[in-house]
Ligand binder design. Structure first.
Ligand SMILES: *Cc1c(COP(=O)(O)O)cnc(C)c1O
Length: 372
């Protein structure tokens, strides 16, 4: 008797499949559009698609850089054997940057505190840290405020002369790139150009200048500079909805039970829905703990036997009920919760609309119980 887990999908719970050939096609499109180098942003486990797999696929299809938020995410890529240039841009100022420097990970410095910690770690490690100075170009989130920028550049130049760091990049991030033509984009571009000019006046010569993420890479050529940092687009999300990208995720779940109910039968917590006719209900073993947003209750649909069927009642933590009407659904049928959309099945775009959010939140929200 085999002790291998059964591979028959009907015996599994909810399952997430990632189509790396779709990711590859998206990477090639962005490598072409970037006009320079392409950084594959694989933060948050590659937007839920698997950081290492997306990173490898990206590097094979035209990306030459990887980007993540935390040093831990970058080190995890190194431990998986990926040695491509990698930038980490979001860390506490008081952390020990030594592990990043030892692993040859580039670090963003959004202010003097971070820079001081990076310089100290570089000295301890007797290495030269590679630094990207991060300027806030208009979202008051990460990055140095314009008022602090000249001083940051001066400190960085001093540390560079002392051999502790090399400033290899200047970076910024646009707040409204998903609204092409919005005046905030031009203002952000101008502030970025100003920031690069200030850095040069302080004697810095950063070969990399990067401002564009997915939306700007697709719609705003003036923002592309020498490197584009693209995350969402690689997994098929275009925040502007203008470019046809390939969605890469398919989330399925087996029907674990069916029941035929009489008209008027109420369903689920709070009895928010009741059958208006005699119908068949199918139970799927996934819920909001698995990334099915509760806020999509009352609107969502899944794909069963070639048809869209409504999710009825509220989404529970572990399960949802589907009204399959006259469709002869049986235990063991597999429902597609979302997929690329090619056959008519719901997509992450539908789920984002049904739950009042963006596709990014859907793909990064798939819970740990779901089989990959
Ligand atoms: C997430 C992130 C990106 C990637 O943005 P997408 O719109 O997903 O391409 C780029 N830069 C920074 C600073 C980010 O936080």
């Amino acid at each position: 008797m085999s002790l291998e887990p059964a591979v028959d999908q009907r015996s599994r719970g909810a399952t997430l499949q990632v189509d790396l050939s779709a990711v590859a096609a998206n990477v090639r499109l962005f490598a072409d559009r970037s006009g320079g180098a392409l950084m594959a942003v694989v933060k948050a486990d590659g937007f839920g698609h698997g950081a290492t797999r997306v990173a490898r696929t990206a590097l094979r299809n035209g990306a030459s850089w990887l980007g993540v938020t935390s040093v831990e995410e970058a080190v995890a890529l190194r431990l998986d054997g990926i040695d491509a240039p990698t930038l980490s841009w979001l860390n506490p100022a008081d952390r020990d940057f030594g592990v990043a420097i030892i692993h040859g990970i580039d670090l963003a410095a959004p202010g003097d505190e971070h820079l001081t910690a990076i310089v100290a770690a570089a000295r301890r490690a007797s290495r030269t840290a590679r630094v990207h100075l991060h300027l806030d170009v208009g979202m008051a989130r990460d990055g140095a405020a314009p008022a602090d920028w000249a001083r940051l550049c001066r400190s960085a130049r001093r540390a560079e002369r002392a051999g502790a760091i090399r400033v290899v990049g200047v970076m910024g991030h646009l707040a409204r790139a998903d609204e092409p033509g919005h005046p905030a984009n031009k203002a952000g571009r101008n502030r970025f150009a100003w920031g690069v000019a200030v850095a040069r006046r302080q004697g810095l010569r950063p070969p990399l200048r990067h401002l564009a993420a997915t939306a700007a890479t697709l719609t705003d050529p003036l923002s592309r500079h020498t490197l584009c940092r693209v995350g969402a687009g690689l997994v098929g999300i275009d925040p502007t909805g203008r470019t046809r990208l390939q969605r890469a995720m398919t989330l399925t779940a087996p029907v674990v039970s069916v029941r035929d109910v009489a008209p008027g039968t109420p369903v689920g917590y709070g009895h928010t829905w009741a059958a208006s006719r005699a119908t068949r209900l199918a139970l799927l073993p996934l819920g909001y703990a698995d990334g099915v947003p509760r806020s999509a209750s009352g609107r969502a649909e899944v794909w069963l036997r070639g048809r869209r069927c409504p999710v009825v009642g509220v989404v529970s933590m572990d399960q949802v009920v589907v009204d399959v009407g006259p469709v002869p659904v049986a235990v063991g049928d597999v429902a597609t919760v979302f997929g690329p959309g090619d056959d008519g099945e719901p997509t992450i775009t539908d789920w984002a609309r049904w739950s009042g959010t963006i596709e990014h939140e859907i793909v990064t929200g798939i819970g740990p119980r779901v089989l990959r």
